[in-house]
Design a protein around this ligand. Structure first.
Ligand SMILES: [Zn+2]
Length: 145
């Protein structure tokens, strides 16, 4: 999944589990990291192996960053906003791998070669992520505001 999708899902989960239900922060962190693995199972389209992966990666990363900055500007507590980047953080594994020219091994389990990483074409794969993103916005808004 894209970093921005993981970020939005992490924010929504944080709004429910941390802000609304008041679960301990470390529990929420653990659940959000596990959610990264589960989301990587869902069929989706990855840009990592396309011709324009650097452009896609920049759009992806800066969309996630801009979202977090907007939330902070709106007064959302830092601890809650941080849960978004934590959710996407395992994908730095993919970035490091790309920078190293595909040498080395992935460290995060859902990026390992044997992991049943969900994959599909761009139309369905982008649609799935857009649906997750919009659902996350609705959940965040409902749970936090
Ligand atoms: Zn991932």
């Amino acid at each position: 999944m894209w970093v921005v999708t993981h970020t939005y899902v992490g924010l929504a989960m944080g709004a429910v589990l941390y802000a609304a239900l008041g679960l301990p922060y470390w529990v929420v962190l653990a659940v959000i990291i596990v959610s990264h693995v589960l989301l990587d199972l869902v069929p989706h389209w990855d840009y990592a192996f396309t011709a324009h992966h650097v452009l896609w990666g920049c759009v992806d990363f800066f969309s996630a960053l801009a979202t977090c900055l907007v939330l902070l500007a709106l007064g959302v507590p830092f601890a809650l906003v941080l849960l978004g980047p934590v959710s996407g953080a395992p994908d730095f594994d993919v970035l490091v791998h790309a920078i190293r020219g595909s040498r080395g091994r992935y460290w995060f389990p859902s990026h390992w070669d044997g992991f049943p990483h969900g994959a599909c074409g761009p139309v369905f794969g982008i649609g799935v992520q857009a649906a997750l993103l919009l659902a996350s916005v609705a959940v965040f808004a409902d749970a936090y505001w």
